[in-house]
Design a protein around this ligand. Structure first.
Ligand code: GDP
Length: 458
């Protein structure tokens, strides 16, 4: 692959604001030569790749702006595969602005968001899935997100998909060739082999598609709705889990009227805890709005935790609730609070009736909250095989789903003995989606959309 060096661009690569050190990155044609014009120290143009040089940055009046360290990366051994210079200066807004201003005067322009990564992608440093993983890695705010992004960055599923796509391209070419022969009854592409290939691709796609619900949960947090009647102890539970007095705890039923959201990190997974107004036949309007919101929230939940006062609630009522929860097809956990008010016999009765769907806790002392946490983690982990690739990106998910659908139509076509042109059409569709996924097919629009989500300097 030939390396394309484009016009020089620069941007602050570290976070804006005051810090001990800031790094300004310059990439593109003559990045080293242009930087050397504002640098006093060794002649940078003569220095080898991967070396660091101490010196000063000076303006046209020879005034020292800062003492800096300059790292040199020569094409193609750099992030963008272009010539790259990294200027480590002091992390002051003023210094950063002045250095950038001097670079612009030398003919460098400010980089667009994600432009460095886009250039790296265009120069074959990595494929599109990996490029997007760079963005995800930077945005990662939990261990699980970080893990998912890192797997993708290392090649994740795209390498495997690329290889399979290549095989599919060959079949598509053979079928197109058959089309060229028109009426003649030729068969270059062995149908059985094609079928086998399609099935093997689907075997790779399906687990990836299935992983999206977990992947999405990992990336955006698992929406965990805590529902229950007023006074069940929702606020107390939330406070215990989050160790802070965010929700209002009171003895008057129905005081938690608004939806309160908070993040809880368990085993590296972010659970978005959503506390809601109690589920109760509401009499006054504010309360009614709260109840309505609870129902809406429950529909959007990834996990529902139904909390109830075990000492004040009949088994039959929870059995009814459980039936309702089962209908929603969302994983749920029944949590019986105030276990301190139960006798041993009553506890046994609850456990026998509801088995592992139930955890008995005492919210005001935190008793058994660890058990509850383990159950929550379990919901996410049973769906994610450790070490496997998890799809966290909606764009990937959509292309995977579309590819799968097109391949299914290819199989149907083969079964029904449909015409070559029809199969060729569906194959093209599958190839298109696979190609867009890994970036083998790109349009400027697509690239612009993806890379604009990056921050400047990346
Ligand atoms: P919410 O309306 O569901 O938010 O309920 P609260 O968290 O306000 O709790 C209602 C009442 O139950 C408060 O007086 C709490 O102190 C009390 N409570 C909460 N958890 C427990 C528990 O585990 N045991 C006992 N005995 N009381 C509790």
């Amino acid at each position: 692959m030939t390396i394309l060096q484009q016009e020089p661009i620069a941007a602050l690569a570290t976070a804006p604001g005051i810090g001990a050190i800031a790094v300004i990155r310059v990439s593109g044609i003559d990045a080293i030569g242009l930087t050397s014009r504002i640098f006093r120290g060794k002649d940078l143009t003569l220095q080898p790749s991967h070396t660091v040089h101490f010196g000063t940055i000076r303006d046209s009046e020879n005034t020292i702006i800062d003492e800096v360290l300059i790292s040199i990366f020569r094409s193609p051994s750099s992030f963008t595969k272009e010539d790259v210079v990294e200027i480590s200066c002091h992390g002051s807004d003023y210094v950063i602005r002045q250095i950038l201003r001097l670079l612009l005067k030398e003919g460098v322009r400010m980089a667009q968001p994600g432009e460095f990564t886009q250039r790296a992608f265009l120069n074959g440093q990595f494929d599109l899935v990996q490029a997007e993983a760079v963005a995800d890695l930077i945005a990662a705010d939990s261990e699980a997100t970080h893990r998912a992004a890192l797997t993708q960055l290392r090649g994740g599923f795209s390498r495997q998909l690329k290889a399979l796509r290549q095989q599919l391209v060959e079949f598509a070419a053979l079928i197109e060739l058959e089309l060229d022969f028109g009426e003649e009854d030729v068969e270059f592409a062995k149908r059985d082999d094609l079928r086998k290939l399609v099935v093997s691709i689907q075997r790779v796609l399906r687990p990836l598609i299935d992983s999206f619900s977990v992947g999405n949960a990992i990336k955006n947090g698992v929406a965990t709705v805590i529902a229950g009647k007023p006074n069940a102890g929702k606020s107390t539970l939330l406070n215990a889990l989050l160790n802070e007095e965010k929700a209002i705890v009171s003895d008057i039923p129905g005081t938690t009227r608004d939806v309160i959201e908070d993040d809880l990190f368990l085993d590296g997974i972010r659970f978005r805890l959503i506390d809601t107004a109690g589920l109760r036949e509401a009499t006054d309007t504010i309360e009614a709005i709260g109840v309505e919101r609870t129902r809406q929230q429950m529909d959007k939940a990834a996990i529902i935790v139904y909390l109830f006062d075990a000492a004040e609630t009949a088994l039959t009522e929870i059995a009814e609730m459980e039936a309702d929860l089962k209908n929603r097809t969302i994983p749920y956990l029944l949590v019986g609070n105030k276990m301190d008010k139960l006798t041993e016999a009553e506890m046994t009765e609850w456990r026998l009736r509801f088995g592992k769907e139930l955890v008995l806790i005492q919210a005001n002392t935190g008793k058994n909250l660890d058990k509850m946490a383990q159950r929550l983690i379990g919901f996410v982990k049973t769906n994610a095989i450790p070490g496997s690739t998890v799809v966290t990106n909606l764009r990937h998910f959509e292309h995977l789903t579309q590819t799968d659908a097109a391949l299914l139509r290819v199989l149907d076509g083969l079964d029904e003995g449909t015409t070559q042109d029809w199969i060729a059409l569906e194959l093209r569709d599958a190839l298109h989606h696979l190609g867009e996924l890994t970036g083998e097919i790109t349009t400027d629009d697509l690239l612009a959309t993806i890379f604009s989500k990056f921050c400047i300097g990346k």
